[in-house]
Design a protein around this ligand. Structure first.
Ligand SMILES: [Cu+2]
Length: 114
């Protein structure tokens, strides 16, 4: 009786482990972009290159000045504090621009998608 119970338990653990192993491939990557109090007119944290795929861009603004983050054609609302996220699919071989809409001449950058 005891031996049977153990072998069933081990079988259950193996099944859970297999499901867990499949999850990371489906998980989305999050890119954090921030505007800080010390650099209140800058978007920092975006990488220069990214692999093609779908990403969550998390924009955090601690400056007290209204900013947003636009990546390609997708933008967060304007925020003066806190965080907002957008989901963006980046296509291989493109260069994607990101900006803060009200301050696009100074708060901007590009990401090469490989
Ligand atoms: Cu701005």
């Amino acid at each position: 009786m005891t031996i049977r119970t153990r072998s069933i338990a081990i079988g259950a653990i193996s099944a859970v482990a297999l499901v867990g192993a499949a999850s990371p491939a489906l998980a989305q990557k999050t890119i954090s972009v921030t505007t800080t109090k010390s650099s209140p007119m800058a978007l920092t944290g975006a990488p220069k290159t990214l692999k093609a795929g779908t990403y969550t861009f998390k924009y955090t603004n601690s400056s007290g000045i209204a900013h947003n983050l636009r990546v390609g054609s997708t933008a967060t609302p304007l925020i003066t504090s806190g965080s907002k996220t957008i989901k963006v699919t980046l296509k291989k071989g493109t260069t994607v621009k990101y900006v803060c809409d009200p301050h696009a001449p100074m708060m901007k950058g590009t990401i090469k998608v490989t």
